[in-house]
Design a protein around this ligand. Structure first.
Ligand SMILES: N[C@@H](CCC[C@H](N)C(=O)O)C(=O)O
Length: 269
């Protein structure tokens, strides 16, 4: 069976998007996702995104990491999907219903409200999630925030010097995080801007992580380090994150369609 796909990215965090809203796709298993995502033998991407019909929203977006695991939220893919859809919409994800709206060459996304309780992250046991009494090789007292998916955020004087390729996988798989975790290392430049690098659960280091930017901005706001609207600059570019008066996280930034193609499902199944 030949399947059409769209290759997209948000600040270099790249996706294969399959549109199952008006066509029947074969069942999506973790092996086929990992094969398609592979940059050497597949099409290659950080996340595979599947659009489906929904009874609760205008449509549904399923998100799979490059390792094949299905997850709850993806900020950059939400902007890409807004661009592809071409109109404002309510989108069901397993992390909650979000509102997407194309704006200029990107989109504005209402990601909903953040969660801070230890069992909402989730953590393995109770602790303060604003300044957690834990540390790994010079990174300590992180915050944890769930913005649909789980994030831990370390604030450091120079996030560019952190050996994230070594510490990221160690922290992602620590027993403290029963559903694993996305690992953010951030430096606050001033009250309006943050620098950020992310080790993504199930995908490794990416050029950008939209939910990481949201979680980091919210953690910095909770700690009183920045204003309620802030620019977050990742290796792939900059996002604007606002924590609005209704407690919702509003993310604004670019998204890009790279190309369209088709592939033979049998080559990857
Ligand atoms: N790249 C995404 C996040 C994708 C999911 C994440 N790796 C997870 O496992 O939760 C983004 O832009 O938010």
């Amino acid at each position: 069976m030949r399947v059409p796909f769209t290759k997209m990215h948000g600040l270099g965090n790249d996706f294969i998007v399959l549109d199952g809203r008006n066509a029947t796709l074969p069942p999506i298993g973790s092996a086929v996702v990992a094969a398609l995502s592979d940059r050497h033998t597949g099409i290659g991407c950080d996340q595979l995104i599947v659009l489906e019909t929904s009874t609760r929203a205008d449509f549904a977006m399923r998100i799979f990491n490059a390792d094949g695991g299905e997850v709850e939220a993806c900020g950059n893919a939400s902007r890409a999907v807004a661009l592809l859809h071409g109109a404002e919409a309510m989108v069901e994800t397993s992390g909650g219903i979000i509102h997407v709206e194309p704006v200029g060459h990107g989109a504005r996304i209402d990601m909903g409200t953040p969660h801070f309780e230890w069992d909402q992250i989730p953590l393995a046991y109770a602790m303060d999630t604003l300044a957690m009494p834990v540390g790994w090789d010079g990174l300590d007292q992180p915050s944890a925030v769930n913005v649909g998916n789980p994030h831990v955020i370390f604030f450091t004087d120079n996030c560019d010097a952190v050996p994230l390729e070594n510490l990221g996988p160690q922290i992602e798989h620590d027993a403290l995080f029963p559903e694993r975790i996305n690992v953010n290392v951030a430096t606050v430049n001033d009250r309006n801007s943050i620098r950020l690098r992310v080790w993504e659960r199930g995908a490794g280091i990416t050029r950008a992580c939209g939910t990481g930017a949201c979680a980091t901005a919210i953690a910095a706001m909770r700690r009183g380090m920045v204003e309620r609207e802030v620019e977050v600059t990742l290796p792939g570019g900059t996002l604007t994150i606002e924590w609005d008066e209704h407690g919702h996280i509003i993310m604004t930034g670019p998204a890009t369609e790279s190309f369209r193609g088709t592939f033979d499902w049998g080559d990857y199944a």
